[in-house]
Design a protein around this ligand. Sequence first.
Ligand code: GTP
Length: 333
Amino acid sequence: MGGVTGLVLVGGFGTRLRPVTYTVPKQLIPVAGRPILYHALDLLPPEVDRIVLACGYKAEVFEAYLQANPYPRPVKLVRETTPLGTGGGLKNVASEATDPFYLLNGDVIAGFDLEPLSRTLTEEGGLGILGFVEVEDPSPYGVARFDPAGRVVEFVEKPSREAAPSRWINAGVSLWRREVLEAIPPGVAVSFEREILPGLLPRKVLGMRYRAWWEDAGTPARLLNAQALLFDHPRTDRLPAPSRLDGARVLPPIAVGAGSSGEGATVGRYVTLGRNVKLRRGARVENSVVLDAAEIGPGALVKDSVLGPGVVVAPDERLVGVCRALEDPGQKA
Ligand code: GTP
């Protein structure tokens, strides 16, 4: 089977990953050697032969990246001129949707198989089906309650912990009949989860409760956890990223971009280095992501951190749990 479109939302500002997202959009930050987006796209089943990115913020960076590093399946970019939110962003790419179509948040990292969504929607009927995962604290997410047959009967976006109807949260993956798009007003900013989804429930929306690993790479800590999960669950159909760093002490798993060097440094576990990163003698990097052309000074420590392109870490400096970039308007304020 083929001919299904995957619509992917990547237009958010990624505010929780500032200042790095002032230059690199969240979905293009590499984890375990590849951009978050490419790991997310891997979730789309083989029947998806066309991917459409609903872009807004930093659309030109996506365009340049995709051109230089093509994803194995065709990817088209559609730009929003003003941010339309998750509902408006979806509506803006409505003409690209097949019936049914997959809808994916571009920052979902998971060990899911999405094919059961298609099987269940075909067998049981309904307007759509969303994937859910169970978490300890559901309050930062969209939370659902189900009837015994697995139909979603309540959906609340970011409830208080006490008001959450369950601990099952929207995993950011779903499959919809095309007619869902008629419920979204055109040309205006709308949140799909807050303003559209609750009103769709009477028309039968199903839930698929997954028990596999999952992470939304939206904060520095979660992004690093997503990276560790990806390293620990490598896909069998992808070659592992190159993990050599000549002259360095390597504690696998790590992923190293072209042109990076680390003579006399220590790297790992769970580290991604972008391209042309320089680790000086005695530097140590652990559980971190260090983007292109960054330089870690001699004897410095970088741990549990995300460093943007070109960041320079001073000799013997200790960075633990930081998210840092060259361009940081927040610092000037
Ligand atoms: P934060 O600002 O840190 O909350 O991150 P975010 O902007 O990515 O927001 P959030 O994680 O809630 O967004 C969920 C998904 O929807 C992400 O994949 C976003 O890129 C995407 N998204 C959010 N707002 C828009 C928008 O206005 N347009 C489009 N096309 N996508 C959006």
